[in-house]
Structures are given as C-alpha cells and as structure tokens.
Design a protein around this ligand. Structure first.
Ligand SMILES: Cc1cc2nc3c(=O)[nH]c(=O)nc-3n(C[C@H](O)[C@H](O)[C@H](O)COP(=O)(O)O)c2cc1C
Length: 214
C-alpha cells in the first residue's frame, strides 16, 4: 500500500457539468444529484458537513444528516442547546458541504438558518424509532460528561420515565433548522484538476448561474 500521500493522484472522469445543461432551479439540480447518490448506494448519501461560526469568529464543522428538502430550504434536526445551536444563535450564517466521492461530486451551500416550527419538528420526531427518541432525551449534546456509564444511566432514567408512554413527546430542547441558501455550488471532478464548478447565486428572487474556475 502506497503511504506517500503526496504521490496519490486520482483523475476524475465520471461526468461533466455545464451552465447550458444544469436545471435553472438549484433545488431541482440538488435533488437530481442526491437521488443519483442514493441510487448508486453510496454510504450515508444525506450526510453533509455543517459549518458554523461562534461568537468569537471561530469556525466549527460537523457531520449532520439532511432530513427534508423544501422548495426553498434544506432541513436538519439537532439539539437546540448544542454547540452548533449556540453558534447559530449568534450567527445565522452557515455552510453545508456534501461530498459524494463515488460520483466525484461536491455541493457547497451558503445559507441563512432558522428554527422550523414546532409542528414540523414534532412531525419528524414522531417518525423516529423509539430508541432515537429516547436517545434525544438522554443526551445533553455537546456537554462534557463524566463517563459512558453516566450516559447509559441517563438512558436508563429516561427509559423508566417513559416506560408507560407510547408516544414519546419531543424534548423542548430538540428540533429542526431550515437552511435557506443564498449560494449553491455544484462541483464535478474532471481530468487534470480542471474541474467543472457551476455557481447559483440568489439575486432577489432569481438564481443567477455562472461558471467558476476550478
Ligand atoms: C454520519 C453522521 C451523522 C450525524 N447526524 C447528525 C444529525 O443529524 N444531527 C445531530 O445533531 N448530530 C449528528 N451527528 C453528530 C454530529 O456530527 C456532532 O457530533 C453533534 O451534532 C454535536 O455537534 P456540536 O457539538 O458541534 O453541536 C452525526 C454524525 C455523523 C458522523
């Protein structure tokens, strides 16, 4: 196995992308690429890196799963007291990066993020398996905890609290965010590092489409 990382090189050649053939609506184009990633059986095709910036200007990235696509927004769900949620409280600008290496594709999104309504959160929470619901209750996400045992004990406590309850309610500290994009860039790998980059920028209610240098 070659471990000399400076000499590792892939030439990308799976597809091409052009301003003349992409869809005028970036959400339609996004779904086309996401569904292709699903059809190809790529691992966790809805996973993306969510980047936020905290009060001191320090950026932070973590993997999140995309759960819904609206006509004008992308949705994810998380703990409203987590580090990412605290970042968002101070700065609603976020970035989302999807990487589908099996298709030699990347999508980068810049967006403004807002909490979704309680109804939207409840509808999604309701659809989760019981174990995930209990997990959301049990985990004080992003807080320091003393041990794995302490977390397991919190789960046990939550299990007994909801033992007789069939419909576990949504924790008030948990819910969804909608990312409303202002820019979406589609990247298709090409030969010799001369990749295709097609950028959609929102101008009032229109999406402008341009090519960027790789
Ligand atoms: C594949 C994958 C999917 C994940 N999906 C989510 C998710 O949908 N929501 C979430 O809150 N955390 C998710 N996580 C955990 C986050 O990456 C992160 O550890 C957690 O949200 C705490 O982040 P924070 O402390 O920056 O707020 C996922 C992690 C991985 C590796």
């Amino acid at each position: 196995m070659n471990r000399d990382i400076s000499s590792l090189r892939e030439n990308y050649s799976k597809d091409i992308l052009d301003t003349s053939t992409v869809n005028a609506n970036p959400f339609v184009q996004f779904k086309e690429w996401l569904y292709k990633a699903l059809d190809e059986g790529l691992p966790e095709p809805t996973a993306f890196i969510l980047s936020t910036v905290n009060q001191d200007g320090m950026p932070s990235g973590r993997t999140i799963l995309l759960k819904e696509i609206w006509d004008d927004a992308f949705l994810f769900f998380t703990n409203y007291e987590s580090h990412k949620a605290q970042d968002i409280m101070h700065n609603s600008h976020v970035a989302a990066t999807f990487l589908w290496l099996g298709l030699e594709r990347q999508i980068r999104i810049k967006a403004n993020v807002k909490k979704v309504s309680r109804e939207v959160t409840d509808a999604y929470f309701e659809s989760r398996p019981r174990g995930s619901k209990l997990g959301a209750w049990a985990s004080p996400q992003s807080q320091l905890i003393s041990s794995r045992e302490a977390l397991d004990q919190r789960l046990k406590d939550v299990e007994s609290r909801f033992e007789e309850v069939e419909d576990i309610p949504t924790p008030e500290f948990w819910g969804g965010y909608a990312m409303y994009p202002t820019e979406i860039e589609f990247w298709q790998g090409r030969r010799d590092r001369l990749h295709d980059r097609i950028l959609y920028s929102k101008e009032k209610d229109n999406w402008l489409i341009n090519r960027m240098a790789p």
